[in-house]
Design a protein around this ligand. Structure first.
Ligand code: RNT
Ligand code: ZN
Length: 427
């Protein structure tokens, strides 16, 4: 054992004792954390570009700022980048794909004609690395989405195209789930909305309801694929009205028994997504989360260990909802090393989970039950200075994952050796 390893172990043992005094078993917390998988969004690796190359611009009101060197140019590079990231993240995780990441061997395949075979390489790769896969139909970056409307488009032919795309994607999700032996969540997010004040808010929502009913009509084994619907407050170009609002999808999820997806960047800035966990899970069986960080008008900054993420994970753990919540990431930053963005965001999400798992819940509940709100508040404050970092470092070490400082060095080396070698001159 090196000096620094034995120092880390001493730190951990000391931390273990501090937590034990409050009735918290750090080993139990670590064991529970090990069982949690985070779904890493493949689109952080190439600025939501995909490999379809049908549209030059992103569309759908999504915007990625920055042009840092070395973005993945194809699926092999994207997978190599994900492999690098996953080595720096403790635990077993999942990868979240979008339909535009299909591999079609240079052939143009309409989105309605996509099949599991176009994701065979992703599935083989996931199998080889012990990863689960999740999936998303892509309702943007396409000529038939240029009007800003897809599933709620007033033209039935356009709606049908997008319904058929959704159906194709559910089959792909089911194949992923079946082949990997791990349920795939296929999440529907559409950009539909108006920049300026509409006169008719009703018709697009009723059209969307009908389109979704058709999209979800076929029963698919829930062990293979689970469907989710994701709401949004506003987007760039849909500031005044979004068809798929929170209330719309909350109602839809309840009535039609699909998962509700809550994206942390899709609500009013002072609204607490954490508070929605127990409200929605009182009624819904399961939730999908898009962990993200809103900064002013942007909903997709790299996740950090913020108060919002901490509160969210506290709610999941305190409420006993870990089994009923699927945790995915959703952000895109092209202004820094993109592989590092995955690593920073995933590690921050895991840290928030570990912090939540280290709470002395029995004691806190006892105080609250006795009406001792002073002690509850004082204990919350005390917890902020406990040696959490020693437990996190121990968790990383036991998973053969470097600590935060070593990870920076490894990411820099990968950037020098791999990312900076990518040539974009032909583009
Ligand atoms: C957009 C939604 C959606 C996308 C991804 C690319 O506002 O958050 O989840 O970010 O599907
Ligand atoms: Zn999202």
């Amino acid at each position: 054992m090196t000096n620094s390893q034995s120092q880390a172990l001493n730190d951990y043992t000391a931390a273990q004792e501090r937590f034990a005094k409050l009735g918290v078993n750090t080993e139990d917390a670590i064991q529970r954390l090990t069982a949690i998988s985070i779904s890493l969004h493949c689109w952080q690796g190439d600025d939501v570009g995909g490999f379809e190359r049908a549209a030059d611009t992103l569309g759908g009101g999504l915007a990625v700022t920055g042009n840092y060197r070395g973005k993945a140019r194809n699926a092999d590079e994207l997978r190599a980048d994900l492999e690098c990231a996953l080595k720096l993240i403790p635990g077993k995780h999942r990868v979240n794909l979008h339909a535009i990441y299909a591999e079609t061997d240079g052939k143009r395949v309409a989105r309605t004609d996509l099949e599991p075979k176009h994701f065979a390489r992703w599935i083989d790769w996931a199998k080889a690395h012990g990863l689960g896969l999740d999936f998303n139909p892509t309702y943007f970056s396409h000529p038939l989405a240029d009007s800003g409307f897809t599933l709620s488009h007033r033209d039935a032919k356009v709606r049908q195209f997008w319904i058929d795309h959704g159906i194709a994607c559910r089959h792909i999700g089911a194949a992923m789930g079946r082949e990997l032996g791990s349920t795939c969540v296929t999440n529907v997010w559409i950009p539909d909305g108006f920049k300026d004040l509409p006169v008719d808010r009703r018709t697009p929502r009723e059209l969307l309801r009908d389109s979704l009913d058709k999209l979800f009509a076929e029963k698919i084994d829930r062990a293979h694929n689970l469907d989710a619907v994701e709401s949004k407050l506003f987007g760039i170009g849909s500031e005044s009205y979004v068809v798929g609002s929170h209330e719309f999808y909350l109602g839809y999820a309840l009535k039609k028994d699909v998962l509700l997806c809550l994206d942390m960047g899709h609500f009013h800035p002072t609204e607490s997504v954490a508070d929605k966990i127990s409200s929605t899970l009182t009624w819904l069986p399961e939730l999908l989360l898009h962990v993200s960080r809103g900064v002013r008008w942007d909903s997709d900054h790299v996740v950090i260990l913020s108060d919002e993420v901490r509160a969210l994970m506290q709610e999941i753990v305190r409420g006993g909802y870990l089994q009923r919540t699927r945790i995915a990431l959703d952000y895109f930053d092209a202004s820094i090393n993109r592989v590092a963005a995955w690593v920073i965001g995933t590690r921050a999400t895991l840290k928030a989970l570990l912090l939540a798992l280290l709470e002395p819940l029995e004691l806190l509940r006892e105080y609250e039950g006795n009406g001792d709100y002073m002690a509850r508040l004082a204990l919350f404050e005390h917890l902020n200075t406990l040696p959490f970092g020693a437990v996190w470092n121990h968790y990383c070490a036991t998973n053969n994952v470097p600590d935060g400082i070593e990870a920076i060095e490894i990411l820099k080396r990968f950037e020098e050796d791999v990312l900076s070698q990518r040539d974009f001159s032909s583009k």
